[in-house]
Design a protein around this ligand. Structure first.
Ligand code: NAD
Length: 336
């Protein structure tokens, strides 16, 4: 039997990227929907053949406990709601998949991990790039020293944020560009090195006269130091477009631009003075189906996801240090 998912929050990412991709899954299927909007439950319930008994409102949410078809609850809500719904899902005895950023504080991430551990359920964070073939190759090449030992990483992520959305409302988002898109630069620096940063220096630049940035930050530049001596120079922005990283080794570099879009990754490698584009054959499964199937296989096989709650917690520890560094205008050590 395929592992059954309930999707919580029928917004843009859930309905446009996640739900359509169950079609490409071998081990996962969509079995239930949770939304505060009855019209969305009707529309998507009909589209995906979800019976009325498997459609829930937020008030009904805890009744998922009684539905044996639901194995995993996938939380795709605004960031500040991740912890509450993940913990309630665990308390209902369900495995939890939660979108990035895992939550809005280290304390919330720790509470989510504790709740899943207590319930004996798995917890995975939606770091889809770990299921994307070019990013997987970049990890292999970077950590394998293909262009020599890594010395420096640059990583840039940003987009001009449109006004009037929860992302710009701190009580819902927990922060600005860093929480939403800068986290891709941070996560890439961590997965390309396989190391945890020991310190960070960050500079924030936000035009407080811009009505979008009343409660959240626009740009943050941050420099991470890793134990091996690797330095990652990263950008996060809500007012300019960026999507790429470069791993610079002693013999050349590995370049990915774009690096983390929904599709269309592009890689080139410079080694010993020669630059070559690197292309992979079309993948049998895209990153979304790969992510959904991975959790399903972990459940069936009793294994731990490659991006468990601890991975979301590790990013959140660094994000808190980034904010502290920017506020205090000094380099901040990151406790492990
Ligand atoms: P969205 O605004 O499109 O959807 C959010 C959903 O939450 C909506 O259906 C909304 O109705 C619902 N909601 C419930 N309570 C709400 C409240 N109090 N205020 C606002 N909305 C409320 O947002 P999205 O882009 O789908 O993002 C949802 C989550 O998915 C976020 O955590 C985001 O970081 C994450 N996300 C991840 C990726 C990725 O590539 N992994 C991409 C986009 C979004």
């Amino acid at each position: 039997r395929k592992i059954g998912y309930a999707i919580v929050g029928l917004g843009s990412y859930a309905t446009r990227q996640i739900m359509p991709n169950f079609a490409g899954c071998e081990h996962a299927r969509l079995v239930a929907l949770v939304s505060g909007t009855p019209a969305k439950l009707d529309q998507y319930g009909a589209q995906y053949g979800i019976a009325a008994t498997h459609r829930y409102s937020y008030a009904d949410f805890d009744r998922i406990r009684d539905n044996p078809d639901i194995d995993v609850v996938y939380v795709v809500l605004p960031n500040s709601m991740h912890a509450e719904y993940s913990i309630r899902a665990a308390q209902a005895g369900k495995h939890v998949m939660c979108e990035k950023p895992m939550a809005v504080s280290v304390a919330e991430c720790e509470a989510m991990i504790a709740a899943c551990r207590k319930a004996g359920t798995k917890l995975m964070i939606g770091y889809r790039s770990r299921f994307e073939p070019y990013n997987r190759l970049a990890i292999e090449l970077a950590r394998g020293g293909h262009v020599g030992p890594t010395r420096l990483i640059t990583a840039e992520h940003g987009f001009p944020a449109r006004p009037d959305q929860w992302r710009l409302d701190r009580p819902l988002s927990g922060g600005g560009s860093m929480m939403d898109i800068g986290i891709y630069s941070l996560n890439a620096a961590r997965y390309l090195t396989g190391e945890e940063p020991v310190s960070v220096s960050a500079v924030e630049t936000t035009d407080k006269a811009d009505p979008r940035f009343k409660t959240v930050e626009d740009r943050i530049s941050f420099l991470l130091r890793f134990p091996s001596g690797i330095v990652a120079n990263c950008i996060s922005s809500y007012s300019s477009s960026h999507n790429g990283y470069r791993v610079i080794g002693t013999q050349g570099w590995i370049d990915m631009e774009p690096a983390t879009p929904y599709q269309g990754q592009s890689m080139s490698i410079r080694k010993d003075g020669v630059t070559t584009p690197r292309t992979l054959p079309p993948a049998a499964k895209n990153q979304f189906a790969g992510q959904l199937d991975h959790m399903a296989e972990c459940i069936v096989n009793g294994t731990t996801p490659i991006v468990p709650g601890e991975e979301g917690l590790a990013d959140m520890r660094v994000i808190e240090a980034i904010y502290r560094s920017a506020a205090e205008r000094r380099e901040v050590a990151i406790r492990a």
